[in-house]
Design a protein around this ligand. Sequence first.
Ligand code: ATP
Ligand code: MG
Length: 173
Amino acid sequence: MLGKGRVIVNTGDGKGKTTAAFGTAFRAAGHGLEVAVVQFIKGSWDYGELNAARRFPNISVTRIGSGYTWMAKDPNVPQQLAREAWAVCLEKAMSGKYDLLVMDELNYAVKEGYVSVEEILALIRNRPSRLSLIITGRDARPELIAEADTVTEMRRIKHAFAQGIRACKGIEY
Ligand code: ATP
Ligand code: MG
């Protein structure tokens, strides 16, 4: 159908990594392809894009540990949640059911030491060949950049946050 899947990395310090990943998810869904999105959590915001994605019957959305769970005092909780999310990525990737798997903020989980870059390279190499992957987050590791087919660095020229403007619903989340 799609031929060989792509490995796409959206990184850099500017705005647009997650929204570009969801744009591609919606594009694929519009062609009737099967899409899975797994979000590694940085905060407990209610992200509009996840609610929008849930409206598509062919986009499966997984977000583990939103809301108060994240605020738990136990310092092991963030790591446990990231490991759970990673287990879902592996299961979705290897299931053979999907054309596209978005792993949003996976680079953040790597930076925190929750997921190793070797694990990601193994997933990339062992996945069904038709499966495309999109990995987002700042500070993508060089090993991942080397392995990917398409890498885009969003570079911040300006961001409203820096001028003290609060995050805007529907634009920033
Ligand atoms: P978006 O979700 O808008 O595509 P992103 O995924 O590229 O952004 P993240 O690094 O995940 O950006 O940042 C999460 C939140 O911070 C989002 O609300 C995003 O709009 C905002 N943001 C992105 N880049 C910057 C920046 N350079 N300074 C301040 N806030 C930013
Ligand atoms: Mg993001």
